[in-house]
Ligand binder design. Structure first.
Ligand code: WTA
Length: 641
């Protein structure tokens, strides 16, 4: 226990908790929207539909629902059936002609230092204009639109404009490369791709348009590419296919008024590709109604957003964290959101802290990998800045080690900002296991399920494990922001999430629950690797490797890494005529980077003569992992070697 950190507060909690606990200060409790979280939790557990109906009533609907939860076709749950809405109505439309239209919706800073701000009025207008452009390009309700962009305001505008007209966006993270982009455009059958000439990262231009050109060569469905001018280097524009965003926005069709499409609550809002257990990445489907209610409720209650807040979710809009808590959530909450284009350490390791000071950020939400990365540079960088505007901190994407948690709490939060460690997934859409500001915290634990959420840790047979014993994390009740299905593959939805334990949603994570009911997430139990919080599949890395002429077979695994959490290690069997060398290893690393994206570049490549396989020929990654770490190999009775 570190001296002086334990602030006991009998108002918030009357129970003595085990282990190292950080209780909320009286100031935090005084400010908190929900003071008695246990009472709300009990209510939500007792009356799940009542709780969600109450949250939903805080938003606007064109038509109210007939039923809050329809579980007649489980696991294809439906929420707010019969209701008519559009998430954009609640993000933008309803604020127009009210005082809120003059509030800042977005403050954006580019890596080179340029700044842009959008009021709710201004953002709405630009979204309307671009929505009209998309319509003029022939985009209709239900059509998929691929968005592949840097962290600039236009990515937000493109997503919102697509949702406004009832199209389904498919955002591909700008750090991905040709193969990843091509596979995702192809699967979604997008006719329109929205991109930029490039983006700034670490003082260099990431050449997005070049990647799009390569990818689109192999995507027969693409008719139109819309390009935002950001970095202004020369790019090739193909006549009849490629258009500059700025040119289109000057046309008479791009007027500032646009009717918002009326959607069913269960109509799709977006698809988002994510890595799972098998080969091809799959797209998770999220909808307008329930998703809107889920992210609105969680952002409001977990980060307790108030009118005066300046919220910074330092993720990328290309991942679910950005979808839910950069783009949609803050607008639903009517908040002021901050977004920064570039790297946290560019040009110096104080960039983030100078932004917190300069823009008066009050809530900062980021990933453990970023905290560990910045921690490495020492306290003097943050200590040069006035960080007193901060009142809450957040963490997401991977387990946060207690050392990083405490550094974040002490050095950034100055011992006064509770850390909201939020556990959730692309599939869940919203925070699932998370504290609220008044919940006593244990560093490294995401604490307790959110209101109305029920989680369990079970063994192989599905029986709850005893306290402190590792098992599979499952969710036992539906929630409004849950994925509805896998795009074009409903069987896979049932198989992957609902089959191991019928009636329970399988998260793919292992976890423990302690005596106090606190959850401790351990990590993935499948072939998903979390590199710097980014979700990657071993299969995609392996297929990039075998696409190189020298590689016959490959296996990729995640091994612990001090900063990244996990790093990719790959094992390759070479084809006849190729021999192992450090140069070839480097070439293969670069090859994966070029095809998949720099985040997928393996940390290390090891050349081997054979791979541990089951008799049916499946690579036993578990065995590779154990060997690499000098751990016991476990049950190897199926091993063929
Ligand atoms: C991991 C990111 C521990 C987990 C929102 C999950 C976490 C996967 C946490 C989903 C956390 C996310 N503590 N682990 N607070 N948050 N994870 O789909 O393994 O990119 O299954 O969604 O990230 O990753 P995804």
């Amino acid at each position: 226990m570190e001296g002086g950190l334990k602030l006991k507060n009998p108002v918030a909690v009357n129970q003595e908790l085990e282990g190292e606990v950080f209780y909320p200060s009286p100031e935090v409790v005084k400010e908190a929207r929900i003071k008695d979280w246990k009472a709300v939790d009990e209510l939500a557990v007792r009356d799940l539909e009542g709780f969600w109906a109450k949250e939903a009533e805080e938003l606007d609907w064109y038509r109210k629902w007939d039923k809050v939860l329809d579980d007649s076709q489980k696991p294809f749950f439906k929420w707010f059936t019969g209701a008519k809405t559009n998430i954009i109505h609640n993000c933008l439309d309803r604020y127009q002609k009210t005082a809120r239209q003059n509030k800042l919706a977005l403050i954006w800073v580019g890596e080179p230092g340029d700044v842009r701000t959008y009021s709710y009025f201004g953002l709405n207008r630009e979204v309307n204009q671009f929505a009209n452009v998309l319509k003029a390009m022939g985009v209709k309700k239900g059509d998929r639109v691929t968005i592949y962009m840097p962290r600039i305001p236009e990515i937000v505008i493109a997503m919102l404009a697509s949702a406004k007209i009832g199209a389904v966006h498919s955002v591909v993270y700008g750090g991905f490369s040709v193969d990843a982009l091509q596979g995702r455009i192809d699967d979604s059958e997008s006719r329109v791709v929205i991109t930029a000439d490039g983006g700034w990262m670490n003082g260099k231009v990431v050449e997005l348009k070049k990647t799009v050109d390569e990818a689109v060569k192999r995507c027969p469905t693409v008719e139109t590419v819309i390009v935002v001018k950001r970095t202004r280097q020369d790019v090739k524009m193909e006549a009849g296919r490629d258009y500059w965003y700025s040119d289109l926005m000057k046309l008479p069709i791009a007027n500032g008024k646009c009717q918002t499409e009326v959607m069913d609550a269960e109509d799709p809002l977006y698809i988002l590709y994510t890595s799972g257990t098998t080969g091809k990445p799959k797209a998770v489907v999220h909808v307008h109604g329930g998703y809107m209610v889920g992210i609105y409720s969680t952002l409001k209650n977990v980060f307790d957003l108030q009118d005066q807040d300046r919220w910074w979710c330092a993720a990328d809009p290309g991942w679910v964290t950005g979808h839910s808590y950069i783009v949609y959530g803050p607008l639903l909450a009517g908040a002021t959101s901050f977004m920064y284009e570039g790297a946290p350490t560019y040009p110096y390791p104080n960039r983030w802290w100078s932004l917190v000071e300069k823009y008066g950020i009050s809530v900062l939400y980021t990933a453990p990998t970023a905290i560990r990365g910045l921690m490495r540079f020492g306290e003097s960088w943050p200590n040069r800045h006035d960080l007193s505007s901060l009142r809450l901190l957040g963490s997401v994407g991977e387990p946060i080690n207690p050392e990083a948690w405490k550094w974040y709490y002490r050095v950034i939060g100055k011992d006064k900002c509770p850390v909201m460690d939020t556990w959730w997934q692309t599939e869940t859409g919203m925070f699932m296991v998370t504290p609220t500001p008044v919940v006593p915290l244990k560093p490294g634990s995401a604490t307790r399920p959110y209101f109305g959420i029920e989680a369990e840790v079970v063994d192989e047979q599905g029986n709850p494990t005893p306290d402190d014993q590792e098992g599979y994390l499952v969710l036992t009740r539906p929630w409004p922001a849950m994925l509805r299905t896998i795009y074009k593959d409903p069987d896979r939805y049932v198989r992957q999430y609902w089959s191991k334990y019928p009636g329970k949603y399988l998260t793919g994570d292992s976890a423990k629950r302690d005596k106090d009911g606190y959850f401790w997430i351990i990590g993935r139990t499948d072939d998903v690797i979390k590199v710097s919080g980014y979700r990657l599949g071993t299969a995609e890395v392996e297929s990039a490797l075998v696409s190189h002429p020298a590689v016959a077979e490959a296996a990729a695994i995640g091994l612990p890494h001090e900063i990244k959490g996990q790093a990719i290690h790959a094992y390759c069997i070479l084809r006849a005529g190729h021999s192992p060398s450090p140069e070839l290893a480097e070439e293969l690393r670069q090859h994966v980077g070029t095809h998949m994206g720099p985040i997928a570049r393996p940390e290390q490549i090891t050349f081997v003569d054979k791979l541990p396989k089951t008799r049916s020929g499946k690579i036993m990654r578990r065995v590779l992992k154990a060997r690499a770490q000098g751990l016991p190999e476990g049950d190897v009775t199926t091993l063929e070697e």
